[in-house]
Design a protein around this ligand. Sequence first.
Ligand SMILES: [Cu+2]
Length: 161
Amino acid sequence: MKLINLTLQATAMAALLSTAAMAEPVITVTLIDKVGSSDVAVPEMGMGMGSDMAKAKMGINASPKQVRPGLVTFKVTNLASKIVHEVIVARLPEGTKQLPYDEAAMMVKENALQAFGSVNEIDPNRSAALTLTLKPGQYMLYCNLPGHYMAGMWTVIDVAP
Ligand SMILES: [Cu+2]
């Protein structure tokens, strides 16, 4: 039930934000986790690992997942109960199968990707916005707090003419 309340709050917030005149497409991004703690014991949920994402303990939802090139605003809401999250927007080189990953640090090797921007340290039940100019291509949205990417905190969007 709590989750439903949070979703309603987020919807109300989105409605409020949309009253501002904005011509560029808005991608609504929600950050979720089903653990309520930093327990990320189910690993191997990264891109291209063939895992059943339905079992992921953390995730990022984006809607819509396809927009036109140009200015794009990401409205990010952290729906997690307790955990701070972040979102990094990085271009995916064509043909990328898996992201470069540092096993020891439990983090994506950020420097190996061309990042376009990020929203850092979003507290639970908080929202933040990020506006970027994106060229055609595929972009990865991911959270790179230790363990979160492999717990499933990523999604891919398409920018297509
Ligand atoms: Cu996270």
